[in-house]
Unconditional design. Structure first.
Length: 370
């Protein structure tokens, strides 16, 4: 079955996800703000879920139409062949968002879409009651400037949930965002990577995944794996392929440091769950005592505060970080921070900056590679 597939991503990582889609062999790729779409099949859905490092989830686009009224929305949904994807006993919850549209009430839109879906499936299955006790087939909607797009979520829990980070420190960076930054830094199979404030170890683990060719979704399950409408053999084949291409001989090595012993223990625990513990060395060390490891790619998500005193402390930390890292061509650094004057405290102007969002926080990725 030919499918139109859409993958949302962090704003600023569209080019990285676009490259991932091309590498996977996806066709008719289009890139918009925070989203990459392409044509594919059921097999593409499985591969994208397992292999994509920077996508937030993998959605099947079911319909795209103008919706100025609730009747437009109802008719647009009732014409979707939902029975091809949703069985008689399956659950089909609805969620979504509206922006700059005549239809602006999310709860009302949810009700209309649910009503249309029930009516469509009632006609196809000749029933008026759905217990919805089966596997979840989540319908998502996006209504922006009166244009409605209806999706089916194949992922379930977001793709940033790799399975290795059950716990995290107070200021974690999302796995998908870290993976995008790692890709921008061009981590390779023989790279040496350092995080002087490693927290829960996300940069180190995502670097190991990238360097060794480990598919980030290999250790977790996805919503569509439980669907009767999808061939389970496709998922088994995709996982076998992911296992086959792991680079077991890669010389990659990572070093994590943190002033907090609990953070160091967390990095060790998470890297073990991720299956890359042997590649990551962790040591309890304050940034004041950090010594640059020559020839390494440095990543950092330094802490920052919201109150005045915390901000001042963060600024002092940026200065120490700059003194200790003093990045150059042979020792590049990639640092994410929301502080607009980060460079002045760090002591060096970035060679390149990229706007990114860490959750809801607007940040800059400061890249030093010259």
């Amino acid at each position: 079955m030919k499918l139109r597939i859409a993958c949302p991503c962090h704003f600023g990582l569209e080019s990285v996800l676009n490259y991932e889609a091309k590498k996977l062999g996806c066709e008719n790729i289009t890139v918009t703000d925070g989203r990459v779409s392409f044509d594919g099949t059921e097999e593409t859905v499985a591969l994208a879920n397992i292999f994509f490092a920077t996508a937030e989830r993998v959605l099947i686009e079911l319909a795209n139409f103008k919706a100025y009224t609730f009747e437009d929305l109802f008719q647009g949904v009732i014409n979707i062949p939902l029975e091809e994807f949703i069985g008689k006993n399956d659950a089909f919850p609805v969620k979504g968002h509206c922006l700059d549209s005549k239809l602006h009430s999310v709860p009302d839109c949810q009700k209309i879409i649910k009503k249309a879906a029930v009516q469509r499936l009632s006609q196809k299955y000749n029933t008026i009651w759905f217990e919805e006790r089966g596997s979840a087939h989540r319908l998502q909607f996006s209504i922006i400037k009166d244009n409605a797009v209806i999706y089916l979520d194949t992922t379930g829990e977001g793709l940033h949930k790799r399975g290795y980070r059950k716990n995290s420190n107070d200021a974690p960076i999302k796995e998908t965002l870290a993976a995008g930054i790692v890709d921008l830094a061009r981590v390779r199979r023989d790279s040496v990577v350092v995080d002087p404030m490693c927290g829960s170890g996300t940069f180190l683990i995502e670097s190991a995944y990238k360097a060794l060719g480990i598919a980030p979704g290999l250790r977790r399950k996805f919503a569509a794996e439980g669907w009767e409408q999808f061939d389970k053999r496709i998922w088994l084949s995709a996982r076998d392929h992911a296992l086959d291409i792991i680079d077991k001989e890669g010389k990659f090595k990572a070093y994590g440091f943190d002033a907090d012993g609990a953070a160091c223990a967390l990095t060790e625990s998470n890297s073990a769950k991720a299956g890359v513990r042997s590649k990551i060395s962790v040591d309890m060390k304050d940034i004041k005592n950090f010594k640059r490891i020559e020839g390494a790619i440095n990543f950092c998500n330094p802490p920052y505060g919201e109150r005045m005193l915390e901000v001042r402390e963060a600024e002092k930390l940026y200065k120490i970080l700059g003194d200790k890292l003093h990045p150059d061509k042979d020792n590049p650094a990639y640092i994410i921070s929301p502080h607009e004057d980060f460079e002045s405290f760090f002591g060096k102007k970035a060679d390149k900056k990229r706007k990114l969002y860490n959750g809801m926080i607007k940040c800059n990725l400061y890249m030093y590679f010259r």
